[in-house]
Write a protein that binds this ligand. Structure first.
Ligand code: HEC
Ligand SMILES: [Cu+2]
Length: 483
């Protein structure tokens, strides 16, 4: 057995010299490998290596125009052409050689500050890079965890606000247990002169940024990044891990997935975890790793639960989960009937009469359609279907709705309720560009009733009522279209 106390001073000295030589030889001899850097929402593969390596990470800064929302263009500054920049994974104890290239077509100098770095500025000063130049520095990944990286070139706030951030994961020596899917999601706030939704190219507003008054709050650089065809995909029974970051520059995220509970959260991207969490706080320049199992099917929504940001500024993404509905976990709507409250029962009894059966109140399609409208649609389209200026289109006297309701194939309207709707549309000559989230838990009867109701009230007329059979067929065809 090795016992240091029994060594003479000389032997001890020689042993130390030998250790020093072996250690530096080891650093030079480390196997060299190139990091796999992935674009969002993809996460680079788990590192299976069990010894340290010298990992070469190559990032290129690209200034480019992209979509902030449907029809809204913005000049992003990016690492690798995406917001967030590429996902980088190294292993705890690795030596990381960071190469930063600034594309010759770019207009500005940039650099990188990685929160995974121990050393002044996180690498910022060492990587200050003019357009058409490249720089390099090396650091040792001492601490495991999920770290933000970002540009720190003045004005720092502007470089971050334009999309210059991403995540680097320093995989711990003992990796997290395997899951079925890992996804990469980063929230960011954006500041344009014009308010949310105004079309065309929008310029950065320094004043709004200083006031911390964003016009857009989005995941992965766009209100459209993970909705519709671009939704994250998984299946019932699978286990999901989200690597979530918040680039800021200003807002703190109350990260939540509507319809799920996080089984595990590695809060702040560190090594400790908490279980059974509804919403986790992610500071600007911070992160969290969240995990959950998918127990039943449906569309789950990733949101910032500062909820006006979600429904009015774009912080919404979708996770589509295919497979069986597991009824003992989630039944769907089991009951919806007229409720008059204790008051009316009491007053009816006082009068000495039997409680009166509820009177159907709706015109046209009967009571059901109205009740379903009130509990599922009215919060957005408003009580009399009049809509909300610039946000929710009207259903009352709506050409969009009535043209389709009078056409031969009305499956599009059923699809709209089941799958939601994004992208621009025009109602009575006014363009809307919002997000209608899928309306969950409605049966074929419910959908027939609500569509019959909205197409035969508030001045809408001339469309035949929707039948349950028609809805059933439409459901099969619109669901089949989703891959
Ligand atoms: C979360 C808010 C919200 C809810 C709830 C909602 N909608 Fe919508 N709906 C919208 C938005 C926003 C649009 C426009 C989407 C776009 O521009 O891409 C829209 C569009 C529509 C349209 C097409 C445009 C028009 O005005 O004719 C119809 C029809 C419609 N919704 C019907 C319904 C019905 C029926 C329900 C209830 C079963 C419902 N919506 C629930 C927000 C909502
Ligand atoms: Cu920059």
């Amino acid at each position: 057995m090795f016992d240091a106390s029994r060594m003479t001073t000389t032997t001890r000295w020689w042993t130390m010299v030998l250790w020093a030589i072996t250690a530096s030889a080891a650093a030079a001899d480390l196997p060299v490998e190139k990091a796999v850097v992935t674009a969002p929402p993809n996460v680079s593969p788990v590192i299976t290596r069990t010894t340290p390596a010298r990992v070469v990470v190559e990032l290129e800064v690209i200034e480019k125009v992209g979509q902030l929302a449907d029809g809204v263009e913005y000049s992003f500054w990016t690492y690798g052409g995406t917001v967030p920049g590429g996902f980088v994974r190294v292993r705890q104890g690795d030596t990381v050689e960071l190469h930063l290239a600034n594309h010759p077509d770019n207009k500005l100098p940039h650099n990188i500050d990685l929160h995974a770095v121990t050393g002044p500025g996180g690498g910022a000063a060492s990587t200050f890079t003019a357009p058409g130049h490249k720089t390099r520095f090396t650091f040792k990944a001492l601490n495991p965890g999920l770290y933000i990286y970002h540009c720190a070139t003045a004005p720092v706030g502007m470089h971050i606000a334009n999309g210059m951030y991403g995540l680097i994961y320093v995989q711990p020596i003992k990796p997290l247990p395997p899951v079925d899917h890992e996804f990469y999601v980063v929230q960011g706030d954006f500041y344009t002169d014009a308010p949310f939704g105004v079309k065309g190219h929008q310029a950065f507003s320094m004043q709004r940024a200083i006031d911390e008054h964003p016009s857009y709050v989005v995941f992965n650089g766009s209100a459209l990044s993970m909705v519709g065809d671009r939704a994250l995909q998984a299946k019932v029974g699978e286990r999901i891990r989200l690597f979530v970051g918040n680039g800021g520059p200003n807002l703190v995220s109350s990260f939540h997935v509507i319809g799920e509970i996080f089984d595990t959260v590695y809060f702040e991207g560190g090594q400790h975890s908490q279980t059974d969490v509804q919403t986790t706080l992610i500071p600007a320049g911070g992160s969290a790793i969240v995990e959950f199992k998918l127990d039943t099917n449906g569309t789950y929504l990733l949101v910032d639960h500062s909820i006006l940001r979600t429904f009015n500024k774009g912080s919404l993404a979708m996770l589509k989960v295919d497979g069986e509905q597991v009824h003992d976990i989630y039944s769907g709507k089991e009951l919806d009937e007229i409720y008059l409250g204790d008051e009316s029962v009491a007053s009816a009894l006082k009068k000495g009469s039997e409680p009166q059966p509820a009177k159907p109140t709706a015109v046209g399609a009967g009571a059901d359609g109205k009740a379903i409208f009130e509990s599922n649609c009215a919060m957005c389209h408003q009580a009399a279907g009049q809509g909300l200026e610039a946000v929710f289109p009207p259903l009352a006297k709506a050409d969009y709705l009535m043209e389709r309701a009078k056409s031969a194939d009305r499956s599009e309207l059923v699809g709209l309720i089941l799958n939601g709707k994004t992208g621009a549309l025009t109602v009575n000559g006014i363009e809307y560009n919002g997000v209608m989230t899928p309306v969950a838990g409605l049966t074929d009867e419910d959908i027939a009733a609500v569509l019959s109701f909205v197409t035969s009230n508030w001045g809408n007329a001339g469309a035949p009522p929707f039948t349950v059979d028609e809805v059933k067929k439409a459901r099969a065809s619109v669901t089949a279209k989703v891959p």
